[in-house]
Ligand binder design. Structure first.
Ligand SMILES: C[S@@+](CC[C@H](N)C(=O)[O-])C[C@H]1O[C@@H](n2cnc3c(N)ncnc32)[C@H](O)[C@@H]1O
Length: 398
């Protein structure tokens, strides 16, 4: 597994790779982990080195999100060819080879334990893997005390066929999303994801194409720079769903730098560790070329649940709705009278906007804010829009 020292020493000096950005005192050999100060974390850098050694130099509880795309331990049996006998460019690199499952497990346990130490208690771990390794990784991270929130199936739009026709086409990879402890305070931008998904909850199966075309890094000879470069869309979804602008993203297996480039584009800070100098250099060039998106475009939208609660009565008190007005459902099947005390009346029944909304449909519950409509300037709008207006006025006044 070791890349020879001569290879590392021969790294091009132009490359802006830093061995460590920590001060001498923070990185003193033998310092116990709890004495490494979080304030001394150097950010937005690619570290050339072995992640097991380099992770140990990072301060405890200093990172918001770890994205790890570790060796898969693919266990390939001989060269793979297409029906026309052409060679399939499979992952057969040294960095992916382990002598036994026991060796792979020990390696996995070591880096996962270090990541758990450097993660903030409310931080998040994402690991991507295939059937070759993801079950081992999942069991080990649970044994270490991580708490799994979801597993995501990344369904590939354009997977490689099964050339031998002996198994199903391997068309997905799995991402595990976990917290280092059983915390409820992890970041999840539920509303934003739903908004970007035609107002449907974002599901745990993501349909995203493989990294191809201009996004795929190629060398001067037109060969892929890295065999397992992940699509930026996949990383963007990970970062947008479970981190905030300014958060620190750590990738212990940086490869071609996908996570770092996306972090930079989306206003996150990053630390990447990569053992191979060729990949590290390519990653640095890629990060240097990545242009940050306008911060307005990724500023976190306020989650609905974190918005201040507004009572329907407050809208009446603020003059946005008058007692005696009528509310209707979208299809104009039910009309309810707005009463001065903030309740609605439908026939003999009186109750909250939610209760009367539910009653009118014969349902156990209803969100009255998105059910009832009112007319304003010849247009019909949901009363939720008036709630938004109320919130805006009161935020501005605060
Ligand atoms: C699956 S690839 C990551 C690909 C990356 N996500 C991308 O989009 O390009 C794994 C990377 O980890 C690196 N690697 C393997 N073992 C390592 C170790 N012990 N420390 C640091 N890097 C390592 C390999 O050189 C390889 O580039």
């Amino acid at each position: 597994m070791e890349v020879s020292r001569a290879r590392i020493a021969g790294v091009n000096s132009r490359i802006k790779v830093v061995r460590t950005g920590l001060t001498a005192s923070a990185a003193l050999p033998g310092s116990p982990p709890d004495q490494r100060a979080a304030s001394e974390l150097a950010l937005d850098r690619i570290i050339l080195g072995d992640c097991l050694a380099e992770l140990q130099r990072l301060p405890s509880q200093s990172v918001d999100l770890v994205f790890a795309d570790p060796p898969y331990n693919l266990q390939l049996e001989g060269a793979l060819t297409r029906p026309d006998h052409s060679h399939v460019d499979a992952v057969d690199d040294d960095w992916d080879k382990f002598d036994s499952f026991a060796e792979y497990d020990a390696f996995t346990r070591a880096w996962l334990a270090e990541c758990r130490r450097v993660l903030k208690p409310d931080g998040a771990l994402w690991v991507i893997g295939s059937y070759h390794n993801v079950f081992r990784v999942g069991a080990i991270l649970q044994d270490l005390g991580y708490w799994i929130l979801n597993d995501i199936v990344w369904r590939k739009a354009n997977p490689m066929p099964n050339f031998r026709g002996r198994r199903f086409t391997n068309a997905h990879e799995t991402l595990i999303w976990a917290t280092p402890t059983r915390s409820k305070r992890y970041t999840f931008h539920y509303e934003a994801l739903k908004g970007g998904n035609d107002d449907l909850q974002m599901r745990s199966d993501w349909f995203i194409p493989l990294c191809t075309g201009d996004e795929r890094l190629k060398d001067a000879g037109g060969r892929k720079v890295h065999p397992t470069q992940k699509p930026e869309a996949l990383l963007a979804r990970v970062l947008l769903s479970s981190s905030n602008p300014g958060d620190v993203v750590l990738d212990p297996f940086l490869g071609s730098g996908t996570s770092a480039a996306v972090a930079k584009k989306l206003g996150r800070r990053f630390i990447g560790i990569e053992r191979d100098p060729v990949y590290a250099r390519a990653a640095q060039q890629r990060v240097d070329a990545a242009a940050p998106v306008d911060p307005q475009a990724f500023a976190a939208a306020p989650a609905k649940r974190s918005e201040p609660r507004v009572a329907f009565l407050s809208l009446i008190e603020a003059g946005l709705i008058a007692p005696g007005e009528m509310l209707e459902d979208e299809r104009r099947r039910h009309k309810a009278l707005v009463r001065a005390d903030g309740t609605l009346q439908l026939g003999p029944a009186v109750g909250s906007i939610h209760k009367i909304g539910a009653l009118s449909q014969g349902l156990p519950s209803c969100n009255g804010w998105t059910y009832w409509m009112i007319e304003r300037n010849g247009q019909r709008l949901h009363i939720d829009a008036l709630r938004g207006e109320y919130r805006q006025t009161h935020r501005a006044a605060a």
